[in-house]
Write a protein that binds this ligand. Structure first.
Ligand SMILES: [Mg+2]
Length: 193
């Protein structure tokens, strides 16, 4: 696979279950659904947001903890699409909202509902453990499984290709983090000033 498949990507859209996570869900008595996120994947999302790349989450799921997690990574409220059944339409809406052509946006998904968006995206990506139909539709099959580095690998590849993969400890986070997250940070860490 040529590495320059990453060179024209200006934004990212991700399915959650099986991509951001290994697909496991812990169903809580209050109805919330808990998921385990990979911090290396999540750090890459923050790197992308802070480098100015729009990031969307397009999921058939819905939970309060998911909203909080997405916002804490810098994903804008309007770029979080929950209970999405028609992911292609939501993907194209995300592209339009940011004035981007679909050919310049990557979408990563792992199961049948993701296939239309994978085909619509300029770079359709799936984790190594995606279902066979998704692997068939994807432009790029990550060497990593869902929740085990596929997001990190994709974002890192795109940002490195563009010369944007650099962490500066002295530069404040620039993402559109919600106020409650910033307040929390200010009480616990000077780096968020
Ligand atoms: Mg999924």
């Amino acid at each position: 696979m040529k590495q320059d498949i990453f060179s024209d990507i200006k934004a990212f859209a991700f399915d959650i279950d099986g991509v951001f996570t290994d697909g496991s869900i812990l169903a809580m008595p209050d109805g919330d659904l808990l998921r385990t996120f990979n911090t290396k994947d999540c750090f890459a999302v923050r790197m992308a947001v802070d480098a100015g790349y729009p990031v969307a989450i397009i999921t058939g799921g819905c939970s309060n903890s998911l909203i909080f997690r997405a916002q804490s990574l810098g994903v804008r409220k309007e770029d979080l699409y929950q209970m999405s059944k028609d992911k292609e339409t939501d993907f194209l809406l995300f592209c339009r909202r940011h004035g981007l052509k679909a050919e310049n946006v990557a979408f990563a998904g792992d199961d049948l509902p993701d296939i239309p968006a994978i085909k619509a995206a300029g770079l359709g990506v799936c984790p190594a453990d995606a279902v066979p139909e998704v692997k068939e539709a994807a432009d790029f099959i990550s060497p990593f499984n869902g929740g085990r580095g596929c997001i990190r690998h994709l974002i890192e590849s795109v940002l490195k290709e563009a010369g944007n993969w650099a962490f500066d400890p002295h530069t404040p986070w620039t993402g559109n983090y919600p106020e409650e997250i910033m307040k929390l940070g200010l009480t616990t860490g000077k780096h968020l000033k």
